[in-house]
Design a protein around this ligand. Structure first.
Ligand SMILES: [Zn+2]
Length: 70
């Protein structure tokens, strides 16, 4: 009986570690998904086309967009 108990411990431990690592990966993917989009072809606020990957056509749209996200 004692031998069985000892054998079960490392298995439980590694399964627990595996679950923790998977959870950490899910968390990091979720954090990535919640990051703002770095570049865009159109203003994220008014949908006007923008240049050079800008996310907003001007500071007004950026401010309004950020205000709307809070
Ligand atoms: Zn705009």
């Amino acid at each position: 009986m004692d031998g069985l108990d000892k054998a079960a411990d490392p298995i439980d431990h590694s399964a627990n570690m595996q679950a923790k690592m998977e959870q950490a990966q899910v968390d990091s993917i979720r954090r990535e998904a919640q990051k703002p989009i770095p570049t865009s072809k159109v203003c994220l606020y008014c949908a006007e086309p923008t240049e050079a990957g800008a996310r907003w056509c001007n500071g007004f749209c950026r401010d309004r967009w950020q205000a709307g996200r809070r």
